[in-house]
Write a protein that binds this ligand. Structure first.
Ligand code: NAD
Ligand code: TYD
Length: 366
């Protein structure tokens, strides 16, 4: 489908604050935004936790309309200052602790960033928004980027999650995201602050930190290490190429209705074991000099994740019918591009396998 929604709404240049813009989805979104809207002022606020990487943004740093600020979304003084001095009209809020396994090891950081941090941003934006000009009021927005994991786990025969599926989070990560979603919703209903929530399925693509399933498998194959599949490998995820997520968020910012929620998904339900096998085949085909081939012999079933959700699936009909968004990349195309990216970006991922990362890895997989 053509991206004709872009022309649909009058727009003057935006002044957009992107939190978590040095992380996986955030940095893909920053690239998308800067190349599509070069006249917009783009401020990235990122604490550069283990998951944040300024290298993801290197070729943008010398552009006039771009500014990177290292800081914490829980720092109210900093946020107030940025909103005022940069005259921000739009917040795209990605910053979060995002990994379920880390939330099981240490949930406190998830409460702090995902709940307290989101609350801090919403409060600051509420105060700031009261002083908006009419144009800012027309296009100003707080986009809260969230996950399908807030809806809990599906049985094989259950229909996919819709925007009205009751929340039922099962991990400290999803519980903290659910809480932040409720705050974003309440700020619209109570104060009229223009918030929109998006709940998206599992993303994959460039700049994905090595701890998550797809990059972890790609990197382990390149290093000849075992491929740890949790439990029986029959858990199902609905995979979306990250660029399509960014296109969906762009669409929501331009055409979405404040107070609404939009589910975003790839309509690509795949069992973990099948996905790992697809990655093995791609790696066997595309990589030279792999330490061990065929890669499938590296698959190793390991102890299951506690509380592991069995199945996620997204019904993305609302965003398709109301805003005209559909994914542009099939899972086969997206996985091939992703494997190629990890093959050609060893210089990006190798430094991330730090001592801290190895210690985390030992804790989860020992
Ligand atoms: P990520 O972990 O790769 O990146 C998170 C970024 O936030 C990092 O750059 C980190 O430095 C920054 N950050 C963390 N704490 C911060 C703080 N207190 N202040 C400022 N910055 C901070 O995460 P991601 O996978 O890019 O996810 C981005 C958002 O999208 C998250 O809100 C996540 O819940 C949501 N989401 C992710 C997926 C997915 O599959 N990865 C799917 C749906 C929704
Ligand atoms: P992950 O990428 O952590 O995303 P999420 O838990 O947010 O869905 O994991 C995706 C799926 O892959 C999930 O069912 C857990 C599983 N998994 C493994 O089997 N092995 C691994 O080493 C990892 C990281 C995940």
């Amino acid at each position: 489908m053509a991206d004709n929604w872009k022309e649909d709404r009058m727009r003057s240049p935006r002044r957009i604050l992107i939190t978590g813009g040095a992380g996986f989805i955030g940095s893909n979104f920053v690239h998308h935004w800067c190349s599509n809207y070069p006249n917009d002022r783009v401020i990235v606020l990122d604490a550069l936790t283990y998951a944040g990487n300024r290298q993801n943004l290197t070729n943008l740093e010398n552009q006039n309309n771009f500014r990177f600020v290292q800081g914490d979304i829980c720092d109210r003084t900093l946020i107030d200052n940025l909103l005022q001095t940069e005259n921000i009209d739009t917040i795209a809020h990605f910053a979060a602790e995002s990994h379920v396994d880390r939330s099981i090891l240490g949930p406190a950081a998830f409460v702090q960033t995902n709940i307290v941090g989101t609350f801090t941003l919403l409060e600051a934006f509420r105060q700031h928004w009261y002083n908006f000009t009419p144009i800012q009021q027309q296009q100003g927005l707080f986009l809260h980027v969230s996950t399908d994991e807030v809806y809990g786990s599906l049985n094989p025969e259950d229909p996919a999650f819709t925007e009205t599926t009751p929340y039922s989070p099962n991990s400290p990560y999803s519980a903290s995201k659910a809480s932040s979603d409720h705050f974003a919703r309440a700020y619209f209903h109570t104060y009229g602050v223009p918030t929109i929530i998006t709940n998206c399925s599992n993303n994959y693509g460039p700049y994905h930190f090595p701890e998550k399933l797809i990059p972890l498998m790609c990197i382990n194959m390149l290093l000849g290490k075992q491929l740890p599949v949790y439990g029986d490998g029959q858990n199902v995820r609905d995979w979306l190429y990250v660029i399509d997520h960014c296109r969906a968020l762009d669409c929501v910012i331009h055409r979405g209705k404040p107070g609404e929620t939009y589910n975003i998904g790839g309509n690509n339900e795949v069992k973990n074991l099948d996905l790992v096998r697809m990655l093995c085949k791609l790696m066997d085909e595309l990589a030279d000099n792999l330490p061990i081939t065929p890669c499938e012999q590296l698959i190793n079933f390991v102890k299951d994740r506690p509380g592991h959700d069995r199945r996620y699936a997204i019904d993305a009909n609302k965003i398709k019918n109301e805003l005209g968004w559909t994914p542009s990349v099939t899972v086969e195309q997206g996985l091939k591009r992703t494997v190629e990216w990890y093959l050609t970006h060893r210089h990006w991922w190798e430094p991330l396998l730090s001592e801290e990362y190895q210690a985390y890895y030992r804790k989860v997989y020992a």
